[in-house]
Design a binder for this molecule. Structure first.
Ligand SMILES: NC(=O)c1ccc[n+]([C@@H]2O[C@H](COP(=O)([O-])OP(=O)(O)OC[C@H]3O[C@@H](n4cnc5c(N)ncnc54)[C@H](O)[C@@H]3O)[C@@H](O)[C@H]2O)c1
Length: 280
């Protein structure tokens, strides 16, 4: 897609971080926005920022792990603008988890948000975007979608699934000469509050009652250490620009830290040469 002006972009997790960075890059190119998020306060602040800047925008509360809420998001976009051209399946959470000790409840939460969210997005939005005769679907994976390290088992599974979803989709679209294209974003460390947000949104423990409650992250925890690394990372607005440029230039892979693929090459070499797994 070359011309963004007056086209409509739907961004999940658009209330903060990378999603907000994408929204800024798209608004800069003259797009109309539909921002979706589970965090009502962040969503309202983001909507206000774009309204104040003169961008047409609507915000929709949405839990991407629920098909009916993704459907309601599509209905909101169509009722507001009668069209959708770009979908960014970006909402996500991530906590450090041991593959051996993680509770099934956490497995389900991570897969539901990080993998089912993009699956529902593609299912609901693909026909709407194709009917426009041009458009694009992007999903946010991670470098953890290309190489499975030791500390983020469930997240690695979900993010590998997102890469497979988007690669299969892109190849299918090309094979049937679809007017729309697809891409996958695989960020390295980005300076967002994902670790804090993920702890806040984590479902209550077994036996606890009530809805998802905000929790205060423990200081010195593994999540805290990851957060400290992310604070040294790329700025989310730069990532938003990379995504917009990749859509313009029909790139499939969007890598914020392309030199990290050296580790993936080492893994492939060891696979081919002696069928062992590198340390990661
Ligand atoms: N920050 C990084 O270093 C990094 C690296 C690789 C991949 N990612 C991925 O980037 C994406 C965006 O994360 P971010 O770093 O901008 O974090 P973020 O926490 O700033 O943004 C994520 C947004 O998603 C929203 N969200 C969470 N669960 C949701 C749900 N069920 N339904 C709808 N919205 C929900 C949050 O409220 C938040 O606004 C995620 O998919 C994440 O896995 C981030």
């Amino acid at each position: 897609m070359k011309d963004f002006k007056d086209k409509v972009a739907v961004i999940t997790g658009g209330g903060s971080g990378i999603g907000l960075g994408m929204a800024r890059a798209f608004a800069h190119r003259g797009m109309k926005l539909v921002l979706a998020d589970l965090d009502k306060k962040a969503l309202a602040e983001a909507v206000k920022e774009f309204q104040d800047g003169g961008t047409e925008v609507v915000g929709q509360y949405c839990d991407v792990s629920k098909l009916e809420e993704i459907q309601a998001l599509a209905d909101c976009a169509m009722e507001t603008y009668s069209a959708v051209h770009v979908l960014c399946n970006n909402a996500g959470i991530g906590i450090p988890t041991s593959s051996m000790n993680i509770k099934l409840k956490d497995w389900k939460w991570i897969i539901d948000v990080d993998l089912w969210g993009p699956i529902y997005g593609v299912q609901v939005f693909l026909p709407l975007i194709e009917s426009q005769g041009e458009g694009h679907i992007n999903s946010t994976s991670s470098m953890a979608g290309l190489m499975a390290g030791r500390t983020m088992g469930a997240y690695n599974v979900a993010k590998h699934g997102v890469v497979a979803l988007m690669a299969s989709l892109e190849r299918e679209l090309r094979a049937r000469k679809s007017p729309i294209t697809a891409s996958v974003l695989c960020p390295g460390p980005i300076n967002t509050n994902i670790s804090r947000h993920s702890v806040e949104f984590r479902p209550p423990r077994e036996g606890a009652t009530g809805q998802i409650k905000p929790k205060v992250p423990k200081s010195g925890s593994a999540g805290d250490k990851i957060q400290a690394i992310l604070e040294q990372g790329m700025q989310p607005d730069e990532v938003g620009t990379l995504v917009a440029e990749a859509i313009e230039n029909e790139k499939f892979w969007i890598l914020t830290h392309p030199w990290w693929t050296k580790g993936i090459q080492k893994e492939l070499d060891a696979m081919r040469d002696d069928q062992t797994l590198t340390k990661g």
